[in-house]
Design a protein around this ligand. Structure first.
Ligand SMILES: Nc1ncnc2c1ncn2[C@@H]1O[C@H](COP(=O)(O)OP(=O)(O)OP(=O)(O)O)[C@@H](O)[C@H]1O
Length: 342
């Protein structure tokens, strides 16, 4: 298990050509990945995620701030010292980066050979790794005979070969279809829970974060704009960037256009209730409406799982006499976070 700390880390790239200007890829990011946690960094293209990951394994050098791995400040390390650090860190990639001319077993064996593991020990370790990722019967296959999901399993087995304490995942499921992506994410969860390996992953997909991460950092323009437990960050987004990610995967309020369409179909009062991990009790909400003789239909939204906790927004149409509905709204507001849609 490995702990990662970034303290005000920055990475500037010098200008290219005479007319070019300097690029600040990472701009003063402070981030702590606790030992044994799965931490996701989410951001749109160009936010600085890949650069951040490469700063952690020393493939890029910070131009400001400090990078600390297990209490060891690696910021000023020589290339030789960084190689030793990298040997304790596994990495997987969106495009898998496997050797196509080698078999599955040879791909997994490669880092063992490079690290000087005696030949006699390698076969057993390769078998163990392939069993862990569910590919024991594919040892002699060539890479081109595998599906995308199987290729990423090989990538994971290879990354685990030298027993790293930290796994870096660079858009590991972005090239996969949703079902395969979920299987690979489940495998990564097992890497974390059964082998105790800390995982730092970067992604532009909200579902990836929601499914496996405990903590998340949202990046924009090289900066960490939000950070915290997945549930806290996504159930209460503070920036437009986070709100945009949330709207791709979690139930939201209807957009302005959708609200106009809803208005045409529904004549009653429209309200949105937010359910935040037990903060509002659905039976109480519906009972409150029934007690006041107010009819209800759900017109938009849903309840879902975020970081293992429930979160949702339901837009309801309340049907009844004007005053009756007003009283029901006042009563509901006692039990739930409620917004009357204008
Ligand atoms: N070697 C480099 N030289 C100059 N600029 C770079 C270099 N690497 C990255 N950049 C710039 O730094 C910024 C952040 O890039 P980075 O690849 O880290 O973002 P990202 O969030 O990973 O995006 P993507 O998912 O598209 O790779 C971009 O503006 C990019 O053009």
């Amino acid at each position: 298990m490995t702990r990662v700390e970034l303290h005000s880390v920055g990475k500037r790239y010098p200008a290219r050509g005479r007319s070019g200007s300097e690029t600040t890829a990472v701009d003063g990011v402070t981030l702590e990945v606790a030992s044994g946690e799965i931490h996701a960094v989410i951001g749109y293209s160009g936010a600085g995620k890949s650069t951040l990951l490469r700063l952690v394994n020393g493939l890029e050098r910070a131009t400001s701030g400090r990078v600390i791995i297990d209490g060891e400040d690696i910021t000023g390390y020589s290339e030789g010292q960084l190689r030793a650090v990298r040997s304790r860190i596994g990495m997987i990639f969106q495009q898998f980066n496997l050797f196509h001319s080698k078999t599955v077993a040879k791909n997994v064996e490669y880092p063992l050979a490079v690290s000087g593991t005696p030949r006699a020990e390698r076969a057993g370790r390769v078998r163990e790794l392939l069993e862990f990722v569910g590919l024991a019967d594919h040892a002699d296959f060539h890479i081109e005979q595998l599906s995308g999901g199987q290729k990423q399993r090989v990538g994971i087995a290879r990354a685990l070969a030298t027993n790293p304490g930290l796994l870096l995942a660079d858009e590991a499921t972005s090239a996969l279809d949703p079902d395969t992506s979920r299987e690979v994410l489940q495998l990564l969860s097992r890497v974390n829970s059964e082998l105790g390996i800390t995982i730092l992953l970067i992604t532009h997909e909200m579902d990836v974060v929601r499914e496996i991460a405990q903590r998340v950092t949202v990046m924009e323009g090289g900066r960490a704009v939000e950070q915290g437990e997945v549930f806290e960050v996504f159930s209460n987004p503070q920036t437009d960037t986070t709100r945009r990610f949330v709207s791709t995967a979690l139930p939201t309020e209807p957009s302005a256009t959708h609200l106009r369409e809803l208005r045409e179909k529904h004549r009653g009062k429209l309200v949105t209730l937010t359910f935040r991990d037990g903060s509002a009790d659905q039976p109480v909400v519906f009972q409150t409406l029934a007690d006041r003789g107010v009819g209800v239909s759900i017109v938009h939204g849903g309840i879902t799982d975020v970081g293992g906790r429930s979160f949702g927004k339901l837009t309801l149409e309340l049907i009844g006499e004007g005053l009756q509905v007003e009283h029901a709204i006042a009563a509901l507001a006692q039990h739930a976070e409620l917004e009357v849609l204008a």
